[in-house]
Design a protein around this ligand. Sequence first.
Ligand SMILES: Nc1ncnc2c1ncn2[C@@H]1O[C@H](COP(=O)(O)OP(=O)(O)OP(=O)(O)O)[C@@H](O)[C@H]1O
Ligand SMILES: [Mg+2]
Length: 445
Amino acid sequence: MSHPQTAIGIDFGTTNSSVALALPSGHVELVSFPTATTPTQSSRSVLYLEQRKQAGRTQIKGFTGPSAIEHYLTADPKGRLIQSLKSYLPSRTLTGTEVFGRRYSVEDLISRILSDLRLHAELALQQPIHHATVGRPVRFVGSESDEDDAFALSRLEAAFLHAGFHSVTFELEPIAAAYAYESTLSRDELILIGDFGGGTSDFSLVNVGPSSRTIPRAQRILGNSGLGLAGDAFDARIVRHLVSPALGSTSFERSFAQASDRPANLIPAAPAWIYANLERWHYLSFLKTRNVAEILKSARARAEQPEKIAALITLIEEDLGYQLHQAVQRLKVDLSRHETAHFRFPQLGLAGSMEIERTVSRSDFELWIADQLQSIESCVDNLLQTTGIAPAQVDRVFLTGGTSFVPAVRRIFESRFTPARVRTGNEFTSVAQGLALRALESTPA
Ligand SMILES: Nc1ncnc2c1ncn2[C@@H]1O[C@H](COP(=O)(O)OP(=O)(O)OP(=O)(O)O)[C@@H](O)[C@H]1O
Ligand SMILES: [Mg+2]
């Protein structure tokens, strides 16, 4: 594909990234990323850094997307696999991390991923790419104010410039999804978009369709809202309720456990902050320090159930964060399809520690995430309230993003708008497709 007026859309997601190219005809193509098996149109937003000795000199080599995971899984010893980088953007305290003794800013790390996305797109397009329309959430993960969002956005822009782009135009991710949905429409509709990703849940109320296209863009958008809570936050609850207890979060010190007159407030064997870090993929790698190792060694010596703390030590020492993430994802995905699912994390057993296995029902999971579902509901209701739109006025709801597969998330919309008005689709690619169409709108013919 080679055309001077091709418009580029890039969706740099918390979990997955996609790139789409739109031709002046409106035809959109997704860029494919090679994997060891079949190519994929959504590339994992991960970075793997490893140290290599070459010609007597030590170099740090980086891999992104599917190749990052492949290198990470086969490497021995393993380097650092960094996930959910987009979630760092609004934080003024987490400005970067040290890897192999070298300091990297968040922008540096993200730019590695973006620069590979650009190279893949250039390969598909057979020409250099200097400009792209890029997605942004309504609210970044962890952002508490408009200033935090502006700060996150300026860092994201810096990462794109660092990755070789000359300029970028930002568009809200749910608006991009609206453009993708609109491309399938032959009539006018007032739609509510719900884009549920790994980090954020975003909503937009937009007029779409043939006659709406003639109205200036700003007038078509009735309102947007969003919150920094989505699939990663659901995963954190699975860790809290299922994984952490198996690794000792609810076990106590032996001296108290054996005492006949147990005090009312028993002392937990290991500190709570360690388990809090287990819940967030992007903090997990911070646990592999000498300080944490010492704390856990002494916790194991004092613990009522030392085997659980020993399993936690193995998890951290063997760097099994990615495998844990996969096991949690598998459970969540299975629960989207079935009423019950089996959680298995065999790698701990393989590493000589105990296995974690448990059957989980969908209703258990829904109980674990109940307050998060409530926050999502409030966010949708607030958008309707502030725009003065009654649910009956909304013609269609379009749900997209990986977390829209969760039945409890879909139910929020089915109960307000009736199942017949809810559409779903292109969960991992609609935002990139819409960004390319948005880019096309501003490309001179
Ligand atoms: N079948 C499924 N059931 C439940 N969750 C799923 C399913 N498939 C994917 N997910 C979740 O969807 C999320 C990824 O979705 P997506 O790729 O849309 O996010 P993203 O665009 O990377 O993130 P964001 O838009 O928040 O920056 C992950 O949390 C993943 O676990
Ligand atoms: Mg997304």
